[in-house]
Every structure is written in structure tokens, then in C-alpha cells.
Design a protein around this ligand. Sequence first.
Ligand SMILES: [Mn+2]
Length: 283
Amino acid sequence: MKVGIHQHVFTESLNTKNLDYLNIIRDIGFDSIDINVRNLDTATAKIIKRRADKLDLIIKGGGSLPYDKELLSENKDKRIEAIAYMKCLVETVIELGSDFYGGVIYGPLGRFTGLGPTDMELEFSAEALREVARFAKKYGIRLGIEPVNRYESYILNTIKASLHHLKKVNEENVGLLIDTFHMNIEEEDFYQSILQAKDKIFHIHVNESDRGTPGKGHINWNKVFRAIRDIEYKGVLAIESFVGSKVDIASVICIWRKLAESPDALARDGYKFIKKMSEKYIV
Ligand SMILES: [Mn+2]
């Protein structure tokens, strides 16, 4: 099983000055890195790709829609603007040489109306995803919609609702990015919910109940790994946490404290734990 880690464990933004994080990650043993493509220009993306290639490190693109990209607005111009923005992010994913782009890409993260999703909003979301998926497909890129907990979005909170949305989108290269932190809040059972999604799962964020070090909280990892084994998941298990990220992320997902001693400690301890669990269940 390939184990990855999110850049946000180390830093809010990757740039030409901190590329050594890639070496640190590789040295620990990780096979893959999740990179946030928001605020990443294509020139920097190219440089990151070169370093990752040298290290034989896989890249998975990520990045949720910001608050001001009103993909679900009744105003058509705003929707067009949001779709154009998403295509720009996909262009950065192309430069990174990644085959994947996922996150809260079905509506703006952290934006609420006080109601659940309307049929019209879901239709706008599906329409936009269809358009971006067709664009991404030309470059061999798959999209992953990530259901997140109710405090971060009202559009898709569960795997079940997301599978329903996938049917509406109806594009083969759109699937799920599932995340154990969100699942711990919204799903009834880790095993059953992973099983129902099966081969629609394109990417997985292994994320502890407190968003700290995997293995130190109360996620039912035995159920998670049993399910991953039973669906014969072949993708990456990427540790996601936010030790190295500050203001920009905190304002949306409300992380106000240090989740581990250091990014390095979280990465090492998390890697050991995920490796141990996958050896127990999969290898
Ligand atoms: Mn996640």
C-alpha cells in the first residue's frame, strides 16, 4: 500500500525555497505527497514536479474551492467565474504531473445559506463538475469530490450523498476522496460506508479524530483497514494534518492549536502507524 502525506503537515505553501520538504518526506519513507494547487503558479508547479520526479515521489493535487468562488450562485456570471477558476487549478495539476485533483470542489468551502442543499444548487454543482471533468479528462486527470463534515459545508457531508451526486455528474473520471476525520463525524460505520463506495474511491485522507497524528486518537482504524482490504483499494493513503499551516487554513477549518509536537514527529509517527496497519491487513 502506498502511503502519502499532505503538504499542509509541513507548510501552508510549497515554493522554490522550501522544496527540501519533499526530500524530508521521501526520507521518512512516503511514496506520495498531496499538494494544494491554490496559490500555486504553474512555473513553481513545474519546479516541484522536477524535484518530485527526481525523488520518485508521486503527486496528488488538492485544493478546495474558496469562499468567494460562488459555484452554486444563481448568478450565471459567478458560476462561470468559479468554473474558470477550477480549470486554472486543473492546469496547475497538469504542470505537477499529477493524475488527480480532489477536495471540496463541488461548492465553496465554508459558505453556508442556513439551509440544506437545494435541487438547483446540486444541479449547478453537477453541471460544473461535468465541465471540469471533461476538461481534466483530456490530460488523464481524475477528480475526487470530498464529503466533509457539516461545519465545513452543507452540500455533501456523507459518502452516500456523494455517491448520489456522482450519478448526477455521470462522468467516469469523477469519484470520491474520502477522509476519516469527516467520516468519524458523519458516517455511522467506517466499514460499511467504505464498502458502499468501492471502486468509486479515488483517494483517501487518513486523518485522526482530532486531525493530529494517525493512531493517537479514536478513529476505528481496524474497520478502516479491513474495508480498504476488502474493496481492494489500490490508491494512496495520504496522511492529512495541518501542523505547519497557519492563518489561511485555520480561518476555515478552525484549527487553533498545535496538533503534534512538530510536523516531523507527526509525519514519522503517522507513517509508522499507517505502515503497521497496512502490513497487518493488506500486505
Ligand atoms: Mn481531507
